[in-house]
Design a protein around this ligand. Structure first.
Ligand SMILES: *[C@@H]1O[C@H](CO)[C@@H](O)[C@H](O)[C@H]1NC(C)=O
Length: 592
């Protein structure tokens, strides 16, 4: 990478600035047509050398089925549509002031290494798995895990743009706008995954590049996903079953993961903002209303259990609470949707603030460690309804829950609550600690610790109790203070580096970059393959001995490497005062 682009101000419109004049445009179109006719019979436009096609707007190709022609069975009457809220507030600044930031060579070296790894994986994907959802990083070839709609391409679009890989971006965007969402072997689609990966990826790529075809593709997909809400009470199911949607037999689930239907609000709100059609926002607003109506009537008032009954709109039938799998992004999306809506609807913030009171009281814990590390974690909480409503905290940590540090930091800044910043810093360093004490340098997927007892305040230390640890640990050879490593895999997940990135942006603390580099090197050492990077089975084995698994999910390129790249980039690139990132790390522009 040359010096100029390193020092490029954080303009994300570098490409649109380079738009050619009208005459050039006409000439280029002519040349394009001549060449197209002469050398490309029978070949897909997708294979055009991208540098050749670069100056053209990307050509949209519709899917072979148009969901806007499907009659809704339980339509919302136009006069009962909730429009996007108006009256944006002046939101507090999120990012640290970096008045004298200088991008030094040392950091640039690290950034270029991240980019090299990204490109290696991307090139393997192109050569071996193009159009498939994922690359097999060991055996080669691809696999389809999310409908076969090129999840890796769509998830990587904005990362390609952010990393200044313009030709690759245009090549990928041209392929993305040709995806046929009617072409799948599956009979149903995972509403949540398709929304956060595909819809989120298309929307952010549009927000960054301004390429109209990307928005058209997003709208086309949004139209399909919107049909998931066509149920008697307008609550979507976890799956969008194509036939059931067409025949009007869909129902909300009676025991669905809360984070499925309840974290679609960013993507659907952004789609309404960009298209001017309020129906997408209306759809997620109804789910928010359900959450709002039930917030105080659960077995742990203020929070929602991991499973909800969307069909009967009840939140009282399940009693496990967590910031990990099943309900994580429900909480994340409350504060992020508040930001994305420009602070215009305070209820999202209020619901978030209330939930975090309960999280602080009942889910967060300080681990008991011999060195009294100043860190926090989030565990799983159970309400024993048949034992007088006793609230039990299980000090079990999930890698998925490591996003919580970044969430507390973002929320702390947004609401100006310093206590939340104190918590967010400690949650973030907690996951970093989890990486650093493992022999391979990576934190397990799920592991157990010992929660401090008897400390009056969550942020207080507690004494080390060697007997307690020795009596109960199942993993005496691991770091003292660990109870077990119940699921010892590392799946190339992003949540720990995500929170470190947010903490660096809000604090400017350079030590985060050294810690991030250390994590990056450990991950490389354990996961690198000839083609890319592979998940590993067990992070508790000796360094260099971890068994690799033939899996590289699209979030490795879309999230993990993007966050590593951004933490080594100047702070103006995807400023958190201009963008809010969805749960798949896709940045959406905050309207001003
Ligand atoms: C992970 O490795 C440790 C140390 O070698 C071993 O004791 C443990 O059984 C392994 N766990 C699994 C699930 O393979």
């Amino acid at each position: 990478m040359n010096r100029r682009s390193v020092l490029r101000p954080a303009s994300t419109h570098a490409m649109s600035v380079r738009r050619p004049s009208r005459l050039l445009f006409v000439l280029a179109t002519l040349c394009f047509m001549i060449l197209f006719i002469r050398i490309l019979p029978g070949q897909s436009v997708m294979n055009l050398t991208p540098s050749f096609a670069r100056k053209q707007p990307i050509a949209f190709r519709p899917s072979s089925f148009d969901w806007s022609t499907v009659q809704e069975h339980f339509p919302v009457q136009p006069d009962s549509l909730t429009p996007l809220p108006t009256g944006h507030k002046k939101l507090p600044k999120v990012q640290h002031d970096f008045p004298s930031y200088e991008h030094d060579e040392h950091t640039e070296f690290r950034r270029s290494k991240v980019k090299d790894v990204f490109l290696k994986c991307w090139n393997s994907y192109k050569a071996q798995a193009w159009g498939k959802d994922e690359l097999r990083p060991i055996s080669g070839g691809g696999k389809d895990t999310f409908g076969g709609w090129a999840a890796t391409i769509v998830d990587a679009l904005d990362a390609l743009y952010i990393m200044d890989l313009e030709d690759e971006f245009r090549h990928a965007a041209a392929a993305a706008v040709e995806i046929d969402f009617a072409d799948t072997e599956d009979t149903a689609v995972n509403l949540f995954e398709t929304t956060i990966r595909h819809l989120g990826g298309l929307l952010s790529a549009y927000d960054l590049s301004g390429e109209e075809a990307l928005l058209r593709k997003a709208k086309e997909l949004g139209e399909m996903l919107y049909h998931a809400f066509d149920t008697p009470n307008r609550m979507p199911g976890f799956w969008l079953d194509f036939e059931a949607a067409k025949s009007g037999t869909q129902l909300g689930g009676t025991r669905d993961p809360a984070a499925g239907p309840a974290s679609l609000s960013m993507e659907f709100s952004r789609l309404s903002q960009l298209t001017g059609d309020p129906k997408y926002f209306d759809a997620v607003h109804r789910v928010k209303k359900f959450l709002q109506d039930t917030q105080e009537s659960t077995s742990l008032p203020g929070m929602w259990p991991t499973h909800l009954d969307f069909q009967h709109m009840s939140a009282s039938g399940s009693h496990g609470y967590s910031l990990g799998a099943l309900s994580d992004s429900l909480y994340e999306y409350l504060i992020k949707t508040y930001l994305l809506l420009g602070g215009a609807d305070d209820s999202w913030r209020q619901m978030y603030a209330r939930a975090m009171e309960v999280v602080e009281k009942h889910l967060l814990f300080r681990p008991m460690t011999p060195r009294k590390d100043d860190v926090l974690f989030s565990g799983n909480t159970w309400v024993r309804v048949d034992e007088g409503g006793r609230v039990d905290l299980d000090a079990e940590v999930q890698h998925l829950g490591c996003f919580a540090g970044g969430m507390f930091l973002l929320g702390g800044r947004t609401m100006d609550v310093s206590r939340h910043l104190d918590i967010g810093v400690r949650l973030t360093w907690g996951c970093r600690w989890g990486y650093s004490v493992m022999p391979t340098g990576m934190m397990p997927e799920i592991f157990g610790l010992f929660a401090c007892r008897g400390n009056e305040d969550l942020l207080d230390f507690c004494p080390w109790d060697n007997e307690r640890w020795r009596a109960h640990t199942l993993a005496p050879t691991l770091e003292k203070g660990w109870r077990n490593a119940r699921e010892p895999a590392y799946q190339l997940r992003p949540e720990a580096i995500e929170s470190m990135f947010v903490l660096w942006r809000i604090s400017g603390d350079e030590s985060l970059r050294d810690a991030a580099w250390d994590m990056f090197e450990s991950i490389m050492q354990a996961t690198e393959t000839d083609l890319g990077n592979a998940a590993i089975a067990n992070v508790t084995v000796k360094r260099g001995q971890a068994e690799k698994l033939d899996s590289m999910e699209s979030f490795w390129l879309g999230e993990t490497l993007k966050y590593f790249y951004l933490i080594f980039s100047p702070p103006g690139l995807i400023s958190l005062d201009e963008y809010v990132l969805n749960t798949e790390a896709h940045p959406f522009k905050i309207p001003r």
